[in-house]
Design a protein around this ligand. Structure first.
Ligand SMILES: [Zn+2]
Ligand SMILES: [Zn+2]
Length: 781
């Protein structure tokens, strides 16, 4: 039988995920000789033996890799036959792992869960059980290479048993950097009203406290959480008031899928997300009779549910036997607490007791939030469990890029070659604490991935802290318009370069003309864009105050819709009679009333007219509640014809507000009104894209911006567009909201140098746009 030798190289997330033991086991099982090792590019293998087993080996490498491995590239070539007889794991070259990818944190695997509950196992009941297939990663890594000494496990010396597992290529814990056991690893502590560190299992007083209606601070993977029994209204209400969080929903942790099904409808795609290694919070349709306290998610048909992702969560949920609220450990909108002393201080006034431990968290990382749209992931927040896994770019960057993101739901993004590393969720970049999280995060990512940015991309808004910081950097600066960044993020998310008809609907973003945009139709590719159409601008009375008080947008829109003669029998007028005239005066005089074409503000206006709410306590609240009000069985829509506005087309939002107000005055039920409005906006999306297609032949549409978190609108818009023959791109890997903007900025900066295919399209557009309507038949099909 002929002997054959093959050299294999594998790139991707292949270190710290049990790849070498997997290769070792596979090769020895097939009786092959050779070696496997890690280097700076990933894993290298030399394997030799009979032709058939070598073929089988190569097939199994890609067919059945370890669950956490992500193979990006695999190359094979011939190697000299040496006649060696054994298979070995080659030692890592010093510093050789430096550029290898760090894995995201991984939920406890099934094998570790068995160890956790097996009375005969030495890790039974041990809250820090992990292996190469699961456990903390990103949150404990201080530096590269990814070795124990460079993690927050450095202070724990492995006992002889753990060291034996760590060095045994046949063991599940071979080279698992955070490996530990009760004899040598971190331990739990309980700090309660009766003092701390009492004898016995710290879990017992923690469970007792929760059962008695207390609020417990629990140290997790990426920060502290606050917990209370999900069914206990006084406990949840106390948590809400102490945390100063008025209405924003809390997430609920259920013990397993069966427990989640007692609260919500869980379809197959949702189950896959709930039980997957990333364990995000999944937004699920809540059952009407679910045993959940009213204060958990007031007035919300959806419930954010997640399953346990650390051994500590599993132990806690098993001991309790019922779901808990598990929300970020912070006050109001501050960043989540993750350092022990800081947590004790900041959460001391909220929590009745602390369940903590001595394994430090290096990087604060919030839970991710995902919902399912048409069977696929639609991320709302991409953080723990996903970060720092890189996203591939359609076009490689010639120079390394740092994209500084926007402001709310902030992330940043570093790019080298064709890999984009989007950061964890930083928070709303509005104060010193989050700014520090941002700059420390940038330093950390630069070190971990060995990237020295030469190009810095930023938003055009001069007042964003991210912009101000970017302008201070010693690098080539690229300003990227906010909505172009949204569309580019959707392109990058889908691995395409455009050009497309891009629809960017969000709250607000700084426009190229200095006004506030947010209801935009762009012809865009990665390198550039043209504004083809937009929502007709209206004044935002009181500026930022109008964001917090949607009734002000209602006043502005109604005054325009009724030409200054707003019917006084409208409830929104009655409710705000005291300030109505003053606010309308701002609108009419144009004082402290910047113009905006924001779709988010139009939703606010309509929600206030419909009596959903006049003031909000969290971003997008009025629109979220208005979506829930809509009756999905209603199919008809308000008419809203696009109009020519100089060189572009405009969407007359006032017509929609007028139609809503007239319907309400005629006694049409609010759920019908809400549905008709959603259907109208979906039709506007389709009509606008149809105009763009007529003008320049583009039949691919990208939908982005926070407004497209609205599933009713998204679903109706996608359906209409597909009926009209469009290919529709939506988000699957980064959020449509501002959490995805940094990826878009990075993709734009990376593509700027390359030739832009948009130029030809631009010519057609500029020919067409002087004649959006009248000349349409002349400008082509
Ligand atoms: Zn495991
Ligand atoms: Zn040990």
């Amino acid at each position: 039988m002929s002997r054959r030798a093959v050299a294999v190289r594998i790139e991707g997330i292949v270190q710290g995920v049990g790849f070498r033991p997997f290769v070792y086991g596979l090769a020895t099982r097939l009786g092959l000789a050779g070696l496997v090792g890690n280097d700076e590019r990933g894993v290298f293998i030399e394997v030799e033996g009979g032709s058939a087993p070598v073929e089988e080996f190569l097939a199994a490498l890609t067919g059945d890799p370890p669950p956490l491995a992500v193979i990006e590239r695999i190359t094979t070539g011939p190697a000299p036959v040496t006649g060696r007889r054994t298979f070995a794991i080659a030692p890592s070259a010093a510093g050789g792992d430096r550029h290898a990818l760090v894995s995201p944190d991984v939920a406890t695997c099934d094998a570790c869960l068995r160890d956790l509950t097996d009375p005969a196992d030495r890790r039974c009941g041990y809250a820090f059980t992990n292996c190469t297939g699961c456990g903390p990663r990103f949150t404990i890594v201080r530096d590269v290479p990814y070795d124990r000494a460079n993690t927050t496990m450095a202070g724990f010396r492995m006992c002889a048993d753990c060291a034996g597992e760590y060095h045994d290529p046949g063991d599940r814990r071979f080279h698992a950097q955070p490996v530990c056991c009760p004899a040598c690893g971190p331990s739990l502590r309980f700090h309660g009203p009766g003092g701390s560190g009492a004898a016995g299992d710290p879990l017992e007083p923690a469970v007792r406290l929760l059962r008695e209606g207390g609020v417990l601070a629990v140290k997790g993977l990426g920060g502290y959480h606050l917990a209370a029994l999900a069914a206990d209204e006084p406990a949840v209400a106390a948590l809400r008031s102490r945390k100063h969080r008025e209405d924003k929903p809390f997430a609920v942790m259920a013990g397993d899928v069966a427990a989640a099904r007692r609260l919500c409808v869980v379809d197959r795609a949702e189950e896959r997300l709930l039980t997957g290694p990333a364990r995000p919070v999944v937004l699920l349709r809540r059952l009407p009779d679910a045993s959940v306290a009213p204060s958990v998610a007031p007035g919300n048909r959806w419930l954010g549910v997640l399953l346990p992702y650390t051994p500590l969560h599993h132990l806690l949920l098993r001991a309790l036997g019922q779901p808990i609220v598990l929300t970020s450990g912070n006050v109001s909108d501050e960043p989540i607490a993750y350092r022990d002393e800081d947590a004790l201080e900041r959460l001391g006034g909220i929590a009745d007791a602390f369940l903590t431990h001595d394994r430090p968290i290096h990087i604060r990382t919030d839970d991710s939030v995902v919902r399912v749209f048409r069977g696929r992931d639609l991320p709302i927040r991409r953080s723990r469990g996903y970060v720092p896994h890189p996203l591939p770019l359609a076009r490689a960057a010639r120079r390394p890029v740092l994209a500084c993101g926007a402001e709310l739901k902030h992330t940043f993004c570093l790019v080298k070659d064709d890999r984009a590393f989007v950061s964890h969720h930083i928070g709303d970049l509005e104060n010193y604490e989050t700014l520090r999280s941002f700059t420390e995060g940038v330093d950390h990512f630069r070190r971990l991935f060995d990237i020295t940015p030469e190009v810095v991309a930023h938003d055009l808004h001069p007042d964003y802290l991210s912009t101000k910081w970017a302008l201070d950097q010693d690098a080539d600066l690229v300003g990227v318009q906010h909505h172009h960044a949204h569309i580019a993020s959707c392109l990058a998310d889908n691995g395409v370069a455009g050009p497309v008809a891009g629809v960017a609907f969000d709250g607000l973003g700084y426009g190229s003309d200095g006004t506030l945009w947010g209801g935009e139709f762009l012809v865009a590719d990665l390198a550039g864009f043209e504004r083809a159409g937009h929502l007709a601008p209206v004044p935002m009375p009181g500026g930022a105050t109008a964001i917090r008080q949607p009734w002000r947008m209602a006043a502005a829109y109604l005054d325009l819709a009724y030409d200054g003669d707003v019917p006084e029998d409208l409830d929104v007028v009655r409710r705000n009679a005291g300030q109505w005239a003053a606010v309308v005066a701002l609108v009419r005089r144009g004082v402290n009333a910047p113009l905006t074409s924001s779709m988010g503000r139009l939703f606010d206006a309509v929600a206030a007219v419909a009596g959903v709410r006049d003031a909000i306590t969290y971003e997008g609240q009025a629109a979220v509640e208005f979506e829930q009000l809509a009756d999905p069985a209603v199919d008809d829509a308000y008419p809203c014809g696009l109009v020519s506005a100089g060189t572009r087309f405009a969407v007359p939002g006032v017509e929609l507000v007028r139609a809503v107000a007239d319907d309400l005055r005629a006694g049409v039920p609010r759920d019908v009104v809400a549905a008709r409005f959603h259907n109208a906006v979906a039709r506007v999306v389709a009509d606008g894209c149809t105009l763009v297609r007529k003008a320049c032949g583009l039949s691919t549409v990208a939908l982005s911006g926070g407004v497209f978190q609205n599933l009713l609108l998204l679903g109706r818009a996608v359906t209409l567009l597909e009926e009209r023959g469009f290919t529709v791109l939506t988000h699957h890997r980064v959020p449509p909201n501002d959490g995805g903007v940094s990826l878009g900025q990075a993709a734009v900066a990376a593509a700027m140098a390359a030739n832009s295919p948009i130029r030809g399209v631009r010519r057609e557009l500029s020919q067409a746009r002087h004649t959006w309507f009248g000349g349409m038949s002349e400008t082509g099909t």
